[in-house]
Ligand binder design. Sequence first.
Ligand code: G3P
Length: 220
Amino acid sequence: MKFFVDTADLDEIRDLAATGMVDGVTTNPSLVAKAGRDFFEALQEICDLVPGPVSAEVTATDTDGMLREAEKLRAVADNIAIKVPTTWDGLKACRRLADEGVMVNVTLCFSVNQAILAAKAGAAFVSPFVGRLDDIGQIGMDLIADIKQVYDHYPAFKTEILVASVRHVTHLLDAARLGADICTIPPNVLRQLIRHPLTDAGLAAFLADWEKTGQKIVKD
Ligand code: G3P
């Protein structure tokens, strides 16, 4: 499963990219506002740091406006993926961009119907928001399972399932169990993946016992 980092914070991206585990980045207008940076400057720096797909979301709501904005965003770098909302205008923009070979990430997806339309529109990625479905008492991961089941019937669907609105490590684990292609992960959740108390305790015990030997692997 590919890991994208879900943030526009350059320090976070720089730190996590150094692990070699970051396959891409997703941003959205809220994350850009939170980062407090010039959008185009931040995008350029992100694309320089991460060679994989970097999602940049349009803010227009009409197809022609989206296409105009997409042209500006695509000029930033070759690894820019254009993010459009799951609306008719967004899908029409997706179709036009996909026909030009542009990576499109259809976002704010909350149903299988929407995911089917995204695939028909030629999206490179569809972003179902699992956390926000959980927020209203539904089971967000059920949507991932349903999309995966439908997509698996149609090899012509090339759209990758990009699990978004991830709030905790269980979302990531369930996404992996379901065979989702990508998970876009907030930095704090990504860092939680490594943590286990038995690892910490075991390492401390190893080092304490080693200390007693008085030996060094690398002599001073
Ligand atoms: O990529 C979408 C993600 O940023 C939305 O997350 O927690 O605002 O639902 P959240």
